[in-house]
Design a protein around this ligand. Sequence first.
Ligand SMILES: Cc1cc2nc3c(=O)[nH]c(=O)nc-3n(C[C@H](O)[C@H](O)[C@H](O)COP(=O)(O)O)c2cc1C
Length: 144
Amino acid sequence: MKIGGNVFRIIYASRVSRPLASAELALLCEVATDRNLADGITGLFLFDGLRFLQAIEGEREAVEATMGRIARDVRHHEIDYVQRIHVGEREFPRWSMQMPSDRTGTTFLETVKADVAQVRDPYLRAQFIGFAKLASLWRRRGEG
Ligand SMILES: Cc1cc2nc3c(=O)[nH]c(=O)nc-3n(C[C@H](O)[C@H](O)[C@H](O)COP(=O)(O)O)c2cc1C
């Protein structure tokens, strides 16, 4: 029986440690996009203004090295690992980042839904959609 494939996946959730200015966030995204492209890492990065939920996939060494840098980053804390496993194939074959929209939370939710539509594992889909749903709830209530 094949226990694990060649792809390694880490999923974690964390909280922003201080307010992030949009320019800072834009730079973070730029750096992450460039590095991940160079390192063969794909995945999904969600930020709702308070919390991060991120999946990264690729060769184990590259994924662990990326996670090492991310974990040391003081812009977030309270990292909770949701998944850290070998998988047969990528569930996120491209790199994607989603931020809360300026208008309503619905846009964020719809974009996330579209992003995970091709993900085969229903548990993973639910995880990301649930995160986006909570974000749209608290944004509608004006708590964000
Ligand atoms: C929530 C969060 C997610 C991040 N995601 C990535 C990522 O996917 N890839 C990446 O290379 N850097 C990511 N970073 C940035 C890294 O923490 C780090 O700043 C960057 O990789 C540059 O590292 P270096 O200055 O040691 O070269 C993320 C940072 C935060 C706070």
